[in-house]
Design a protein around this ligand. Structure first.
Ligand SMILES: [Ca+2]
Length: 249
């Protein structure tokens, strides 16, 4: 086995590993191409190419590399207007969600683009619908990076991690599993206990706010989240704020 073909096989394995979520591709079980691995892979990555039209291993390798480089996963970086060096910016926005005083609202947070397209329905003030409110950090007295943005209107960025296939937010962690890339770490935040609940989101450890926005308003209010050790077991500490990390692979 020469090195070119060996490299191709490695890339084939990578592609199949990425694409095999439902066991759809299985080289070992395939008899359609008489054990011709190149033919099999080429027909996967170039649908409609037909039998007997297999290019050189280099072409297959280049195509696999192109596919791998084009794969990506998208996540929201809550609390920042930019993306980590590991990702590309898709758009920036403002965090929004339900007002904790109203029970009739979605619980999930939204990253609202700074340049929305105009709706074709502009009827105002119906009063019988759910509302999206901008988010404010409620972080007075907390660690300095967050205290500095107290009452500031919270921002967000949607980021695309190229060459990755999935992302994961892990609460109570500051580092990712081995083989994963750390996109950012932060503070787990959401509504407080006396308000209607919200999604828990991972807000970047160095949060930014919309300029000159520290007026105190009622909307989607973001508080640090505390762990409760009844029954969340040790080593969790009762009342400690929870960190978080966002990882890609
Ligand atoms: Ca504000």
């Amino acid at each position: 086995m020469n090195m070119t073909f060996f490299s191709t096989v490695i890339l084939i394995c990578c592609l199949i590993s990425l694409s095999d979520a439902g066991g759809k591709f299985n080289i070992e079980d395939n008899g359609e191409y008489g054990g011709n691995v190149e033919q099999y892979v080429w027909n996967i990555i170039s649908p409609g190419a037909g039998f007997g039209n297999v290019p050189s291993n280099k072409c297959i390798r280049d195509k696999l590399l192109e596919l791998l480089n084009n794969s990506s996963t998208v996540y929201t970086r809550w609390g920042r207007n930019d993306c980590p060096d590991t990702s590309d910016l898709v758009f920036t926005g403002y965090i929004a969600g339900g007002n904790g005083c109203y029970k009739g609202a979605g619980k999930n947070a939204q990253c609202m683009p700074t340049t929305p397209d105009k709706s074709d329905r502009l009827q105002s003030g119906s009063g019988s619908r759910a509302y999206l409110y901008g988010a404010e950090y409620e972080t007075a007295g907390y660690v300095s990076a967050f205290a500095q943005v107290n009452n500031g209107d919270a921002v967000c960025a949607v980021c695309r991690a190229r060459g990755k296939s999935t992302n994961l937010m892990i609460p109570a962690k500051r580092n990712c599993p081995s083989d994963w890339t750390k996109e950012y770490e932060g503070l787990l935040m959401g509504s407080k206990s006396t308000y209607y609940g919200s999604e828990y989101i991972c807000v970047d450890a160095n949060p930014e706010m919309r300029q000159s926005s520290t007026g105190n308003n009622i909307g989607f209010l973001l508080y640090p989240i505390e762990g409760k050790t009844s029954p969340l077991p040790s080593p969790y500490i009762n009342g400690y704020e929870l960190s978080c990390v966002v990882c890609t692979v």
